[in-house]
Ligand binder design. Structure first.
Ligand SMILES: NC(=O)c1ccc[n+]([C@@H]2O[C@H](COP(=O)([O-])OP(=O)(O)OC[C@H]3O[C@@H](n4cnc5c(N)ncnc54)[C@H](OP(=O)(O)O)[C@@H]3O)[C@@H](O)[C@H]2O)c1
Length: 267
């Protein structure tokens, strides 16, 4: 089942639209004719993106400057989305921390869980009844190859992405025949303009150039996969390799290797 066609009434929602993969998803959705609701904390970046996409594609773009890790801010957004005709929801906002979890700020680690896991759950549950009632919709969830395996020194992130990966692929199994598509984007490293977020090997140039995938390529591939209701999309050779290793290598072996690598990254 393909996605609902764009209309003047319906909207595609992109969380984390102010940079990286989220900006690329919003740009690609606008090019496909969807009017948008752009969500992130940095409203000024969202305003600029909204202006750019409106003039380039003649769509409508609404901005919601919301801290999704804050339940008090997230609640009204979820209520709004539940009441509107949402054709596509891209649950994409996410952050990572590196280092031993006991050394990290507990309040920030909790906010990572709120953003990467609880907000994904909340916003999905908000749009789901409307999509089912209308018999159509698409939900893209940005998990990670990091969610396939234990990663000491990236513990909260890996565990939050394990939730995202599992939630997406489990939910999809409940929606067969409903007209609602659910696809997991589970990338390895994707080159973005944010050196802190871009996973693992990015900032040290440890990955040869030809292996890199761009945010733009990732967005196109993801939205094509969502339109075809694919279970999981993993862009790029390195992502695919990490995905296979993470899912099939014995955990007792993969955990210390990943832990040693991420310890270096934490430093
Ligand atoms: N790049 C990679 O290598 C890679 C690999 C695997 C998975 N991923 C996942 O892909 C997604 C996008 O990552 P990216 O690489 O594009 O990173 P990015 O450029 O840092 O984008 C992260 C986005 O999330 C938003 N965000 C962060 N905290 C937020 C909060 N509390 N409330 C609302 N929005 C918030 C940021 O906007 P504001 O700062 O304006 O709020 C930004 O728009 C994330 O879920 C990430 O875990 C990335």
């Amino acid at each position: 089942m393909s996605l609902p066609s764009p209309s003047s009434e319906n909207r595609a929602v992109v969380t984390g639209a102010s940079s990286g993969i989220g900006t690329a998803l919003a740009t690609e959705l606008a090019a496909r004719g969807y009017s948008l609701i752009l969500v992130a904390r940095r409203g000024e970046l969202l305003d600029k993106l909204a202006q750019r996409l409106t003039s380039a594609h003649g769509i409508t773009a609404e901005v919601r400057a919301v801290d999704l890790s804050d339940r008090a801010q997230r609640g009204p957004l979820a209520e709004e989305l539940a009441a509107r005709d949402i054709a596509v929801l891209c649950n994409n906002a996410g952050v990572a921390t590196f280092g031993a979890v006991a050394d990290l700020d507990p309040a920030f680690e909790r906010s990572v869980m709120e953003l990467n896991a609880v907000a994904v759950h909340d916003l999905t549950l908000a749009v789901l009844p409307g999509m089912i009632e209308r018999g159509g919709g698409g939900i893209l969830i940005t998990g990670s190859a990091a969610g396939n395996m234990p990663i000491p020194n990236n513990t909260t992130y890996a565990a939050s992405k394990a939730f995202a990966n599992s939630f997406s692929e489990s939910l999809r199994g409940e929606l067969r025949g409903s007209g609602v598509n659910v696809t997991l984007l589970a990338p390895g490293p994707v080159r973005t303009d944010n050196p802190e977020q871009t996973e693992a090997f990015v900032s040290d140039n440890k990955v040869p150039e030809f292996i890199w995938v761009s945010a733009e390529y990732t967005a196109k591939l993801s939205l094509d996969a969502l339109a075809r209701n694919k279970m999981r999309v993993v862009p790029g050779l390195l992502g695919k390799g990490m995905s296979v290793a993470g899912q099939f290598a014995p955990r007792a072996l993969s955990a210390p290797i990943a832990g040693a690598l991420y310890k270096r990254l934490g430093n």
